[in-house]
Design a protein around this ligand. Structure first.
Ligand code: G3P
Length: 215
């Protein structure tokens, strides 16, 4: 499973990139607003910090403006993937943009049918929002399993990108469910590295290593 970071914070992205296990980044308007930065500039900084797919979201709600916006955003950098929310307009735009070779991440996906339609329109990534579904009393992981099964059954090349991840266990479950990618908030990514027994084990080994001469 590929690991993306779900943040627009450049320091966190640089720290994540240094781990050598992060494959891409996803942003959205809320994440960028939190940083108080200019969107294009920040996306370019992210592209500089990490070589992999970087999702940048479009906000136009009508077809032609959306297509124009997506073309502009895609031209920022070869690694930019244009994020488009699921809707009738979004599907039409995805079909046209995918035919032009622009990579799309279909976002705000909450059902297997939405994911099926996005794949048929030619999206590259489909982003089911696990945490928000769980918050609403549904089973986010079940949705991942359904989408993976449908894409496998019909050899659809779209990749399932588990989004709205809230804790390290979500990452494990997304991997077990067959998600191709999980986009992970920084806190959760760095939590994944940790285990109290690892820290305790290091402490004991370092203490015992004092008892013999180093090689
Ligand atoms: O980037 C989309 C998604 O991961 C947002 O997550 O935590 O706002 O539901 P959240």
């Amino acid at each position: 499973m590929r690991i993306f970071m779900d943040t627009a914070n450049i320091e966190e992205i640089r720290r994540g990139a240094a781990l050598g296990v992060v494959d891409g980044v996803t942003t959205n308007p809320s994440l960028v607003a939190k940083e108080g930065v200019e969107y294009r500039q920040r996306v370019l900084e992210i592209c500089e910090a990490l070589d992999g797919p970087i999702s940048a979201e479009c906000i136009s709600m009508e077809l032609e403006p959306l297509i124009e916006e997506a073309r502009r955003v895609a031209a920022w950098h070869p690694n930019v993937v244009v994020k488009i929310p699921m809707s009738e307009v979004g599907l039409q735009a995805t079909k046209r943009l995918a035919d032009e070779g622009i990579k799309i991440n279909t976002t705000l996906v909450f059902s297997a049918n939405q994911a099926l339609l996005a794949a048929k329109a030619g999206t590259t990534f489909v982003s089911p929002f696990i945490g928000r579904l769980n918050d609403a009393g549904h089973d986010g992981m079940e949705l991942i399993r359904e989408i993976v099964a449908i894409y496998d059954a019909f050899n659809l090349p779209a990749q399932v990108l588990a989004a709205s991840i809230r804790n390290p266990r979500d990452v494990t479950e997304a991997a077990l469910a067959g998600a191709h990618v999980a986009t992970i908030p920084s806190t959760v990514l760095f939590q994944m590295v940790q285990h109290p027994l690892t820290d305790r084990g290091i402490e004991i080994f370092l203490r015992d290593a004092q008892k013999y001469s180093p090689v």
